[in-house]
Design a binder for this molecule. Structure first.
Ligand code: KIV
Length: 270
C-alpha cells in the first residue's frame, strides 16, 4: 500500500519508528521499497555521493529531477521525498512552487526544504495548501554551510535548543508533515521531539526521534571519502565493487572472460 502523510502520522501515533533512507537510482530504490523502507529521500547529498561535487550547494534542480524520476520509477509503496536543492526555493515563492511542482511531476510525493524563516514558512504554507506535503529540515542544514561556518553540531545549549524548537513549531503550524533533525545532541532532539506533534526524523540526533534517516551510500559502505560518527555500515559495497572490478579485469586480461556459455555464434539458436 502506498505510504502517505496519513501512514506516517499513524506510525508516529502507534509509537512505531519511521524508516527513511536516501536513494538516487532506480534499482536501489526498488530494493529499498521491497525491504519495506517507509520513506525514500532523494537527498541533495547525491551532489557528494553520486555526482562527486564537494558541496550540496552545487547540485541543480534539473539534476535533482533526473534522480527523483529514476527513484520514483523504482518505488511502489514508499513515500518518495524530493529534496529541494540550494536556490531552487530561495528566489521567490512562485519559483519555489514551480520547482516543487516539477518534483511532483517527476514522481515525488513530498518535498524537503532546509531551514526556517518567515519566507520559508510562507513557502511551506503555500505548498501544503497546493497539495504538496513538506518535510522540514533543521539543526545542521548543509545548504547554509557558509553562514553556519562548517559542519557543526547544533542545539548544544538549552537556548539553542529552544530556538530550534520554536522554528520547528512554526514549520509544523505552517503545515510541514515531518521534520528532519540533523546533527543535534540526543537530549536536545528528544526534547524537540516530545514537544512536537509531527514526527521527527533524526540523522546524528540520537535514538529518541520518531524515525531515522541515513544516506544510503554511507550505510551501504559505498561512499568512503568521509564517514560520519553516527553512521552504521550495514554492508561494505566499496570492497564488493573493488573485488568484482579487479576479478573482472583479471579475467579479461587472462582470456577467462567471456567463456563458451557467454558467447553467441552465427549458428546459435538464441
Ligand atoms: O540530502 C540528504 O541526504 C539529506 C539527509 C541527510 C537528511 O538531507
Amino acid at each position: 500500500m502506498k505510504t502517505t502523510v496519513r501512514t506516517i502520522n499513524k506510525l508516529k501515533s502507534d509509537g512505531q519508528k519511521i524508516t527513511v533512507l536516501t536513494a538516487y537510482d532506480y534499482s536501489t530504490a526498488k530494493y529499498f521499497d521491497e525491504a519495506g523502507v517507509d520513506i525514500i529521500l532523494v537527498g541533495d547529498s547525491l551532489a557528494n555521493v553520486a555526482l562527486g561535487y564537494d558541496s550540496t550547494q552545487k547540485v541543480s534542480m534539473e539534476e535533482m529531477l533526473i534522480f527523483t524520476g529514476a527513484v520514483a520509477r523504482g518505488v511502489k509503496n514508499a513515500m518518495v521525498v524530493g529534496d529541494m536543492p540550494f536556490m531552487s526555493f530561495n528566489v521567490s515563492v512562485e519559483k519555489a512552487l514551480e520547482n516543487a511542482g516539477k518534483m511532483v511531476k517527476a514522481g515525488a510525493g513530498a518535498v524537503k526544504i532546509e531551514g526556517c524563516n518567515d519566507y520559508i514558512l510562507q513557502i511551506v504554507k503555500r505548498l501544503t495548501e497546493s497539495g504538496i506535503p513538506v518535510m522540514a529540515h533543521l539543526g545542521f542544514t548543509p545548504q547554509y554551510i557558509h553562514s553556519i561556518g562548517g559542519h557543526r553540531i547544533q542545539g548544544k545549549t538549552k537556548s539553542d535548543t529552544e530556538i530550534i524548537l520554536d522554528a520547528a513549531k512554526q514549520l509544523q503550524d505552517a503545515g510541514a508533515f515531518s521534520l528532519v533533525l540533523e546533527l543535534i545532541p540526543e537530549e536536545s532532539a528528544k526534547y524537540i521531539t516530545e514537544n512536537l506533534e509531527i514526527p521527527t526524523i533524526g540523522i546524528g540526533a540520537g535514538k529518541y526521534c520518531s524515525g531515522q534517516v541515513l544516506v544510503s551510500d554511507d550505510m551501504l559502505g559505498k561512499f568512503s571519502d568521509y564517514v560520519p560518527k553516527f553512521v552504521r555500515q550495514y554492508a561494505n559495497l566499496k570492497d564488493i565493487i573493488l573485488n568484482a572490478a579487479k576479478n573482472y579485469c583479471e579475467d579479461v586480461k587472462n582470456g577467462k572472460y567471456p567463456e563458451e556459455k557467454e558467447v553467441t555464434h552465427v549458428s546459435s539458436q538464441d
